[in-house]
Write a protein that binds this ligand. Structure first.
Ligand SMILES: [Zn+2]
Length: 195
């Protein structure tokens, strides 16, 4: 397993490095920084999307159990489109990203229910068997991130062909991970010095 991957339920998934689920979601695609390459898809089927959403904490173990083994190709297609939109909005790029994000987030918002737990009440998505659950959960998570103070801490990794997103709240973080891009860059710098 390469340093940027982790095995979850027998699926290789990107190791969480971002500090927020909505950014981890963007990192389920590799190749943002280099549009000339084909890139590589971690969410190759709906089942992996479900496992990823459970692993990232966006849906419960019980919901994942109900959704495992489904196909839901259309939902996966929407999720990938949302991911591209989210990436562009997170990096403040102009384009159609905001409209795509808005459509998914508004749909997700309409699906929430008001839930009372102990002394507090809050809106949450019904923990049901709807295959849209992981998609809605990602969309709401994205709004929570982009509407809060962490929006200004979003950075894209400058590693060769990387472009993975992460939070850099203290202005000190450069790489998605030292084990992946950081070390590759260090090795290259070392090689350049020794030429
Ligand atoms: Zn990187």
């Amino acid at each position: 397993m390469p340093p940027y991957a982790v095995l979850v339920d027998d699926y290789p998934l990107p190791r969480p490095i971002a500090g927020h689920p909505a950014l981890e979601f963007c990192n389920t695609w590799a190749g943002w920084a280099d549009p000339d390459t084909h890139g590589s898809e971690w969410l190759t089927d709906f089942d992996r999307f479900v496992v990823w959403a459970r692993f990232t904490g966006l849906i419960t173990e019980a919901a994942a159990g109900r959704l495992r083994g489904r196909t839901a190709t259309a939902v996966l297609g929407r999720a990938r489109a949302l991911r591209t939109a989210l990436y562009d909005v997170a990096l403040r790029r102009d384009g159609a990203g905001l409209a795509v994000l808005a459509a998914e987030a508004e749909e997700a918002n309409r699906s929430t229910r008001l839930v009372a737990t102990g002394s507090t009440i809050h809106f949450e998505l019904p923990d049901d068997r709807d295959p849209l659950l992981p998609l809605r959960s990602v969309a709401l998570s994205a709004v929570e991130l982009l509407g809060g103070p962490d929006r200004d801490a979003i950075r894209a990794c400058p590693g060769d062909g990387c472009g993975w997103l992460f939070l850099d709240r203290r202005g000190r973080r450069v790489w998605c991970s030292m084990a992946a891009c950081g070390n590759r860059a260090k090795v290259r710098a070392h090689a350049a010095r020794n030429k």
